[in-house]
Design a protein around this ligand. Structure first.
Ligand code: MSP
Length: 527
């Protein structure tokens, strides 16, 4: 068992509704959280919304709302979406929460008192999309922000600056001596290159230009600018206080992983470590930068009108719960690479993996147990496993460690492939051993031994697939009379007990194929 596991997502801007890209990250993180909930009793999963800044202020103004109204409405949309997707966080922090705002002010003050924050007049290229000043050398040839392809504004202000440069060498050293700090490791070089020419960063804006921000305690003309506010959520949410942190904070910090998109890696692997060093706090163990999701291989954008709402996928395919969508999203890309969503691919993949391979295997094994043995498991079935059955069962049990190891490296797709490979091998075992033929030949003990081996393996499969598909897994476990909350360390190969396991009426498919005709009727609703 692991002592504790604390993980976070990026907090989303609330100037729009959640889309499938936001959902991808929250689903990945929820899957990691649920996986670790079976490895520790002390898991904490934080998500939330990032609510201050010029973008929110402008969107609110253009829609005739106050920033607070816009934030309230939109943060609720994120909460609703995560509920529909079974994203089961422990806290949803909003950067407008009073406890957060109060501690951010204290953090700012502490850094100012230490001399890590100083006032300075500055003129630079400010990108509203990134909510930061850009280095002129990073602009495109046409002078645009490379991420948002928009011309940054020239902003001249007297702002507070954070002495990022003072921490440069320590950050470089940390990245070099902790090869698993940045995941995937191929992104570490990008960060080291960015570190080459970092400068001190602006951490406040004049209230005149950006009114929607947290006030600086002893300087009412300035408000705390987005990144110190946003990044601090990871510590304020669990009770950090520069004067007196809570027991919960002492128990959970340092964070085990910040799950974020590749576009905000710089902020998390350079700015955030520097802020933490300035606060004398240990650094998070891992920063996991996932790739981006495209729609039908095209970048999502409001102007292309291809922004897909995650809940519309559930509605279009009339899915009873989010499991299939979660499974599809989580397996859409190898660790850290970009993935894609397409209706066609979604249907094909979930039908093949969840209905045909996994669901069907359980369903037909239970049906045969009822047909040949009235749903009863006899002790001789367990005692007379063939060498092949024993080896298959041992291999399935061994896969728990393999899957855990993938999760240790945030290889969520790769872990799912291992789980499906157990299912494929077990399907092959059923085909090769043909329990229906054994029954016809009246080799009932052998027939029962094959079926009970499969059911035993399905207990392991339900535990392993649970983080991806919590509803399907719980349904599998209930038909198997297996405790889905069993910790991975405690899983053995004696879950199927002798006696009546199931009756005909109790057997039902755990996942119905996504109907291709229905699915073709309408395209997902755009947001
Ligand atoms: N508010 C900042 C994060 C602050 S974290 C202290 C922000 N917000 S965001 O709404 O723009 O993005 C939130 C997360 O969603 C980021 O991790 C981002 O990478 C991710 N994604 C946004 N669009 C995405 C895709 N198309 N695909 C996958 N993830 C994407 O950045």
């Amino acid at each position: 068992m692991i002592d504790k596991y604390y993980l976070t997502t990026a907090i989303d801007y609330v100037n729009g509704a959640p889309h499938i890209g936001h959902a991808y990250e929250k689903i990945l993180t929820d899957i990691i959280a649920r996986h670790y909930s079976l490895r520790t009793d002390n898991m904490f999963f934080l998500t939330g919304t990032d609510e201050h800044g010029i973008k929110i202020q402008k969107t609110a103004a253009s829609s005739g709302k106050t920033p607070k109204q816009l934030c309230d409405e939109n943060s609720q949309k994120f909460k609703d979406a995560w509920k529909a997707l079974d994203v089961n966080y422990n806290r949803f922090i909003r950067t407008t929460d009073q406890d957060h705002e109060k501690i951010v002010q204290k953090i700012f003050q502490k850094l100012k008192d230490k001399g890590d924050i100083y006032k300075h007049e500055y003129e630079g290229w400010y990108c509203q999309g990134c909510e930061c000043f850009l280095n002129p050398k990073d602009l495109t040839e046409d002078g645009l922000c490379p991420d948002h392809l928009k011309k940054p504004d020239i902003v001249k202000e007297e702002n507070y600056f954070f002495k990022l440069t003072a921490y440069k060498d320590r950050i470089i050293e940390h990245i070099k001596t902790h090869p698993d700090f940045i995941v995937p490791s191929f992104r570490a070089n990008e960060v080291l290159n960015q570190l080459e020419d970092i400068q001190d960063i602006s951490v406040s804006r004049s209230k005149e230009n950006v009114g929607w921000g947290i006030d600086i305690l002893d300087d009412p003309e300035q408000s705390i600018y987005v990144w110190i506010d946003a990044l601090s959520n990871y510590i304020t949410a669990i009770g950090y206080d520069p004067d007196n942190s809570t027991e919960q904070f002492k128990n959970l910090w340092p964070c085990d992983v910040h799950v974020i998109g590749k576009d905000i890696l710089k902020f998390h692997s350079i700015y955030w470590p520097a802020i933490l060093m300035a606060l004398d706090l240990p650094l998070p163990k891992h920063i996991f930068a996932h790739g981006w999701i495209t729609i039908d291989e095209t970048k999502m954008s409001k102007s292309l009108g291809n922004v897909v709402s995650p809940t519309s996928v559930l509605e279009t395919f009339e899915l009873p719960n989010a499991d299939a969508f979660r499974y599809y999203m989580a397996t859409s890309a190898p660790c850290g690479r970009d993935g894609n969503y397409s209706d066609q691919d979604f249907k094909e993949k979930v039908n093949a993996h969840l209905a045909n391979s996994m669901g069907n295997l359980l369903n037909r094994s239970l049906s045969m147990l009822v047909k040949y043995f009235d749903g009863e498991v006899k002790s001789e079935f367990i005692e007379n496993r063939s060498a092949e059955a024993q080896s298959l069962l041992r291999t399935a049990l061994g896969k728990i460690k393999t899957v855990e190891n993938h999760f240790n490296h945030f290889e969520i797709q790769e872990a799912a492939q291992e789980i499906i490979s157990i299912v494929d091998d077990t399907n092959k075992f059923v085909t090769d051993n043909a329990p229906w033929t054994l029954a016809k030949e009246e080799k009932m003990t052998e027939c029962g031994a094959v079926l009970v081996t499969v059911l035993e393996i399905m207990c392991i499969v339900s535990s392993l697939i649970y983080p991806y598909c919590p509803n399907i897994a719980s349904d599998m476990a209930s038909q198997l009379k297996y405790n889905i909350n069993t910790k991975y360390d405690d899983i053995k190969t004696d879950n199927i007990k002798t006696g009546k396991l199931i009756s005909k009426e109790e057997i039902h498919p755990v996942f119905l194929r996504v109907d291709s005709e229905l699915a073709d009727k309408s395209k997902p609703v755009k947001v």
